[in-house]
Write a protein that binds this ligand. Structure first.
Ligand code: UD1
Ligand code: MG
Length: 490
């Protein structure tokens, strides 16, 4: 559904002032995240899909935090401060006071109902306008209505009013049709009713839901649209519902990418943020998290057991059992198993970050490999380099970080330490166990370990009676017997 032109007769009010007591959290409820974005941001995205003339977000609890999050993604939004009168009705009332001349339709959305899509809202608005109703609400028939407002209908089947869970009588509470917290009202009638809503209910709040009963008492038309997809109307009031909404959103996201041509072997254990992108013919194996603005190119194989945060993955890259953040992997690269790739890592085409390797703020050139048991930090590696197993860049001297530079075609021995700042020229080689403290010229061999010296008989002299001494003695006498036999035959 795309809207190019602004709908001048539409204002959207998003309710985000509540404390969210049931979350038991220091963070305001609407800033808790699913699919990588705060709840309120999902609602904003959906609202903006309708191209309304006004978007107003009502805040109060932790208002600065909520306002900052909202304005950060939608600077055109009008932030409205709710006063000390509590309740969803009061929230809408203060929002309407910001647009006193507006006489069109007001779509009210809750900052804690994140899964709606623009299509269902456009349909709600269309049916509202077609029916020329004073209000149209979205309802859902659910198995467990606990916590939601119940829709009460008269003998003719028409909505008479909404009763909140805490104010409901037993037979009312048994109703399984619930208020989704999503409504369209005609602004003049809404203003009129809100001024008449009181606070005599279990919570002492000015309920928006009371408007429905008042409209009907005035013999005005109230329409209700029952959604066929209950999961869209899920409200988040506690952490159980937060995880349910997160799972439902993730299922939707996974399905979307599957239909776009990605193979996702196990949707239940694959988590993809709404901000990530997968090309066709990407394969995702179980237990994999693809987060934030990660982009994965065609042919790449990700997982199992992999987390990518804000990464760019090239064509045909293979990333297994790895944890990577803010990294770029070129085409045909190979990562893991068991790699920890930290921000600022750039692995160029056909490069490798292998097993038990940690990298940070480093460039690894085309075709270069860091295959085993290494730490590479603040390093620039040229093309076709091979770092031996156990390479460590000592980048930190207790005061500052320093860079290691390794030229094209360098091959280093196992278990080297590169004490930065240090540079290895093109084609240089190093011996096993070298500690490289000084620059190595292009084409040189650097060795830094003392020549080996064997002290014969040391173990039997200094560790008599141990298993090692006994084994050494056995080996020595076998050797002697061998030597004797050779002599007698020779
Ligand atoms: C509300 C509805 C209920 C519906 C449910 C759907 C009312 C009285 N009840 O209940 O019928 O089934 O949503 O999810 O409307 N808010 C404000 N200012 C306030 C109070 C709340 O802006 O003074 C905001 C909250 O931040 C939240 C939204 O309004 O985003 C809904 O408030 P909440 O307390 O969650 O209402 P529910 O109990 O879920
Ligand atoms: Mg709620």
């Amino acid at each position: 559904m795309t809207h190019n032109t602004r709908d001048e007769a539409l204002a959207v009010v998003i309710l985000a002032a509540g404390e969210g007591t049931r979350m038991k959290s220091a963070l305001p409820k609407v800033l808790h995240r699913i699919g990588g974005l705060p709840l309120v941001e999902h609602v904003l995205d959906t609202a903006r899909g309708l191209a309304p003339a006004h978007v107003l977000v009502v805040v109060r609890h932790e208002r600065d935090q909520v306002a900052e999050a909202v304005l950060g993604v939608a600077p055109e939004v009008v932030i409205v401060d709710q006063d000390e009168v509590p309740g969803t009705g009061r929230a809408v009332e203060v929002a309407l006071a910001e647009i006193p001349e507006f006489a069109g339709d007001v779509l009210v959305l809750s900052g804690d109902v994140p899964l709606l899509d623009a299509g269902i809202l456009a349909e709600l608005l269309r049916s509202h306008r077609e029916a020329v109703a004073a209000a149209t609400l979205l309802t859902a028939v659910v198995d467990d209505p606990t916590g939601y407002g119940r829709i009460l209908r008269g003998a003719n089947g028409r909505v008479t009013r909404i009763v909140e869970q805490r104010d409901a009588l037993a037979d009312e509470a048994a109703v399984r049709e619930i208020n989704a917290g999503v409504y369209v009202f005609r602004a003049p009638e809404l203003r009129g009713c809100l001024s008449r809503v009181g606070v005599s209910n279990a919570q002492g709040e000015k309920y928006l839901t009371d408007v429905i009963g008042l409209l009907r008492a005035d013999a005005l038309e109230v329409a209700a649209s029952v959604t066929p997809d209950v999961s869209l109307t899920l409200g988040v009031n506690d952490r159980v519902q937060l995880s349910e909404a997160g799972r439902a959103l993730n299922a939707r996201t996974v399905r979307h990418w599957q239909l776009q041509g990605a193979t996702i072997q196990d949707p239940d254990t694959t988590w993809i943020d709404v901000t990530a992108t997968l090309a066709p013919d990407v394969t995702v194996l179980p237990n994999t998290h693809i987060l934030r603005s990660t982009v994965i190119a065609t042919g790449a194989v990700i997982g199992p057991d992999t987390t990518l945060v804000d990464c760019e993955v090239g064509e045909r890259a293979v990333i297994r059992r790895a944890d990577a953040t803010l990294a770029v992997f070129g085409p045909d690269t190979s990562v893991g198993p068991f790699a920890y790739v930290r921000p600022g890592t750039q692995l160029f085409a056909a490069g490798k970050i292998g097993t038990f390797v940690e990298t940070k703020n480093s460039i690894i050139g085309e075709g270069s490999k860091v295959p085993h048991l290494s730490y590479v930090g603040d390093t620039t590696i040229g093309r076709h380099v091979n770092l031996g197993a156990g390479a460590i860049t000592a980048n930190y001297d207790d005061l500052a970080k320093h860079r290691t530079e390794i030229g094209d075609e360098v091959h280093t021995g196992s278990h080297n330490v590169f004490v930065a700042p240090v540079r290895l020229g093109e084609g240089a080689k190093t011996g096993a166990g070298a500690v490289i403290r000084k620059d190595v010229p292009a084409g040189a061999l650097a060795v830094s370990v003392a020549p080996q010296r064997n002290v014969e008989g040391w173990v039997e002299d200094h560790r008599p009676g141990t298993g090692a001494a006994q084994a050494a003695a056995r080996a020595r006498s076998a050797q002697k017997a061998d030597d004797g036999a050779q002599e007698s035959h020779g």
